[in-house]
Design a protein around this ligand. Structure first.
Ligand SMILES: [Zn+2]
Length: 275
């Protein structure tokens, strides 16, 4: 059966016999794995269309045991990512997280929009990297069925306060009066609003907020801790991203937790929707 769709190549693995195994996030079929045969003419035939972080129209023959790429035509290649080691490291983490979480063969089309918009912002340096990362993580968890209850305090329903407490164990927020002995992250109003935007806004608006530097780090910590709790695993690409990030910032050692000691610009331009 021939499948015509569009998707973004998240990874490629070189195999023997001039073959590559591509892992592609498609619009309607979730994660798709297919083989691409590299021949003398294939580079001319595909161009960049089968390269990692290229968004392409693809045709795939789906067999009983495996799928094989027939055609690929590039739509957008996020080439800036390939020339910046920090952007590339972050994009590789987003890709690994997506491959881990998104099902094969089916999936919400918003998965692809989320990945495209995140890579687009990263490619164009239109948003602080840590905001891109945090929004991607939170929205991906939500799309995958792990939406935390952040509408109001779980105990009393209070909508907001100067400080609330995000509970990664119970996937909810608490107010000062109700928090008790739960293990929590303290969250101010700005960060809570950013979390609500990332989780609840229309897909085209999820990056449409701005935060100061300290709040950006708080959001990044919260999103990462929640994601690692939900996925219950380590990501080599995340470890590598952090290593690169701190070595580029000339830090002798990584802070014990989070992103607090890095220095970056906080670009607050809004999302240019790609899809
Ligand atoms: Zn309460």
């Amino acid at each position: 059966m021939k499948l015509n769709t569009e998707g973004i190549v998240l990874s490629e693995q070189k195999l023997t016999g001039g073959k590559r195994l591509l892992t592609i996030l498609t619009r309607k079929n979730g994660i798709l794995r297919c083989f691409a045969r590299d021949t003398k003419n294939s580079s001319a035939k595909y161009g960049a269309a089968t390269s990692t972080f290229c968004y392409s129209n693809i045709s795939v023959y789906e067999g009983k045991k495996s799928s094989n790429l027939d055609e690929a035509v590039s739509k957008v290649f996020f080439y800036n990512i390939m020339f910046d080691i920090e952007k590339l490291a972050l994009a590789q983490y987003l890709a690994e997280l997506a491959i881990q979480v998104i099902p094969e063969g089916a999936g919400d089309p918003e998965y692809l929009s989320l990945m495209l918009n995140s890579l687009h912002l990263l490619h164009n340096s239109k948003k602080h990297e840590l905001i891109i990362k945090a929004v991607f993580e939170l929205r991906l968890m939500s799309l995958s069925g792990f939406m935390p209850d952040i509408v109001g305090c779980r105990g009393c329903g209070l909508y907001e306060d100067d400080v609330v407490y995000f509970d990664t164990e119970n996937s909810c927020i608490w107010c000062k009066s109700c928090v008790g002995n739960n293990s929590v992250l303290e969250v101010n109003k700005n960060v809570l609003n950013a979390v609500r935007t990332a989780l609840l806004a229309d897909p085209k608006k999820i990056f449409s907020f701005s935060l100061g530097q300290q709040d950006t780090y708080l959001l990044a910590d919260l999103a990462e801790i929640y994601t690692l709790k939900i996925t219950d695993r380590c990501f080599k690409t995340l470890d590598y991203y952090k290593k690169i990030k701190y070595s580029l910032n000339n830090k002798a050692s990584e802070p014990e937790n989070g992103y607090e000691k890095t220095e970056e610009n906080n670009n607050t331009q809004e999302n240019d929707d790609l899809t």
